[in-house]
Design a protein around this ligand. Structure first.
Ligand code: NAD
Length: 250
């Protein structure tokens, strides 16, 4: 028996093969969910959905910075699945800039995908979740929000991810009476395409020195936490930020 038998999930930014969204999609599918993978490219989203275990998954193009695209895509998923129980707001971008290097376009791009996208996708699905008086929303923040930056993320990325924590708590408070839970995950350093091939040996030593568990995280480590927050195992958990960082903040 799977933890998500009979459930359906939307996961944004989930077409990247080594990414956190794809790992969550795979684990959710293994636990019985039907999954809608949303990402910028339709063919990549479809291919990612076809790669999942089980049947009935779909892949769709959706730019989460576009409010109307979010609304139309959620409507298309509802047409296909009939209902949606889970939303994972995972799409994100980062830019390795220092504070004085951030131009208006950089600020817009990073806040748009990470923060605006989280709001727009949630707004597109909330009316349906409210109607059914149930739902779990999981927002992808970052350790960068908590400790003010990381190896790749600039201050604008930290700001966007910190904004996601505020948005998560406010939405959790507002939506709790509607039976909708909202939580955030703060991954630490996880080996994915965002981090792949960009590390010098010195950077690796610095990163691992700061992780008490002595290893980088795997996408599956984050997926396990997403599964917990998406499933009824976390039925009394809302407004939380869960660290998946090997102890980096101890
Ligand atoms: P990734 O680059 O592998 O995947 C991100 C996905 O988002 C890509 O498939 C990309 O196409 C998609 N995307 C970008 N802009 C989009 C848009 N406008 N609309 C829809 N999709 C869009 O990254 P990842 O490492 O899997 O990261 C996933 C999430 O986890 C991100 O929010 C990231 O900030 C966060 N995170 C990652 C780490 C890490 O160490 N990898 C740490 C902390 C937080």
């Amino acid at each position: 028996m799977g933890l998500l038998d009979g459930k359906t999930a939307i996961i944004t930014g989930a077409a990247s093969p080594r990414g956190l969204g794809k790992a969550s999609a795979r684990l959710f599918a293994e636990h019985g969910a039907r999954v809608a993978i949303l990402d910028l490219d339709a063919a990549q989203s479809e291919a990612a959905a076809a790669d999942l275990p089980g049947a009935g998954h779909i892949g769709l193009a959706c730019d989460v910075t576009d409010k109307w695209a979010c609304i139309d895509t959620v409507a298309a998923v509802l047409d296909a699945f009939g209902q949606v129980d889970i939303l994972i707001n995972n799409a994100g971008i980062t830019q390795p800039l220092k504070v004085m290097e951030i131009e208006p376009g950089n600020y817009d791009a990073v806040l748009d995908v990470n923060l605006r996208g989280t709001l727009y996708m949630s707004q597109a699905l909330i009316p349906h979740l409210r109607e059914r008086n149930t739902g779990a929303i999981v927002n992808m923040s970052s350790v960068s929000a908590q400790r003010g930056g990381g190896i790749f993320g600039g201050p604008h990325y930290s700001a966007a991810k910190a904004g996601i924590l505020g948005l998560t708590k406010a939405m959790a408070r507002e939506l709790a009476p509607d039976g909708i839970r909202v939580n955030a995950i703060c991954p630490g350093f996880i080996a994915t395409d965002i981090t792949a091939g960009k590390l010098t040996p010195e950077m690796k030593v610095t990163i691992l020195d700061g992780i008490p568990m002595g290893r980088a995280g795997e996408a599956s480590d984050v997926a396990g936490c997403a599964l917990f927050l998406a499933s009824d195992l976390s039925a009394y958990v809302t407004g939380s930020e869960v660290d998946v960082n090997g102890g980096s903040l101890i």
